[in-house]
Design a protein around this ligand. Sequence first.
Ligand code: NAD
Ligand code: UDP
Length: 308
Amino acid sequence: MRILVTGGAGFLGSHLCERLLADGNEVICLDNFFTGSKQNVASFSANPNFELVRHDVIDPFKFEVDQIYNLACPASPTAYQYNPIKTIKTSVMGSINCLGLAKRLKARVFQASTSEVYGDPQVHPQPEGYWGNVNPIGRRSCYDEGKRCAETLFFDYNRENKVDIRVVRIFNTYGPRMHESDGRVISNFIVQALKGEDITVYGDGSQTRSFCYVDDLIEGIVGVMRQTETPGPINLGNPGEFTMLELAERVLKIVGGRSKIVHKRLPADDPKQRMPDISLAKRLLKWEPAVALEDGLKRTVAYFKKRR
Ligand code: NAD
Ligand code: UDP
């Protein structure tokens, strides 16, 4: 197949492009390089089945493709709050552009949604049927509400225009090619520990997250795109749950060194807990994460060490 991946030069997008190429597909990677880079796709950019296009997903585009994966959107709070209006435009207009193209081409189209649609959840763990607890006017809303609106658009195009959609709610994912200064917790902690700097735990560190290693997530995404049972939404993530203090201690143990844990102000609307209910993915895709946090952290530490 010929497949379009928007945001393909980002962390997840680059792993997805690599996987799709390995499966024998042609891949067109569309990216404006806001948080992604040519470096992320360098190891396979010489593959004749790969094409890199600098383009902004909010501007219309036309490609003759069989499938579309829409991943274009900054994902870290620092990056998506840098220009919040641009972030919401990216989710909303980017989705409209992908869906319009998919409609014309009768192509299956995938949306990278997020566990952030559950906001600061009052149901734990979060199943797909939970509608969430999102502040519509806070600092995180440009991302959360943008992604929620994108889901609405996907389901309306599906109902109104029979567009063949797949929506996945991705929970915190980490691994090689995360941007070292994008502000997400795993890259922050690892880079701080490698530099011997203080490990910055926000708040008292009792808030929880569940961390999925990138290879597991990509396997799940490809599985969701392949199946024909449901358009989604489907949660993908690793149900292991850790406090940020536990995470800091684990990173310190793996990296070693002299870093101390320090506490910084907790950002507004920071979700207190997050953990996916992945029963649906398990049943439909026979999928579940295989890489434990310890192993994934070691692989990610090795990546950041090599880059220094
Ligand atoms: P990332 O920031 O590394 O990748 C995003 C990519 O999109 C980058 O290459 C960036 O340059 C590109 N991009 C941003 N705005 C664009 C625009 N207007 N036009 C074209 N390209 C644009 O982040 P990631 O972690 O790889 O996330 C990829 C997708 O998965 C995002 O949609 C994100 O919301 C979603 N997601 C990721 C996670 C996670 O934990 N990594 C969790 C939930 C959802
Ligand atoms: N966090 C932290 N120190 C950091 C960066 C993040 O304690 O240096 C916390 C943050 O407050 C949040 C959690 O780690 O509770 C996950 O943050 P991240 O930005 O990675 O993802 P998200 O909040 O979007 O899940």
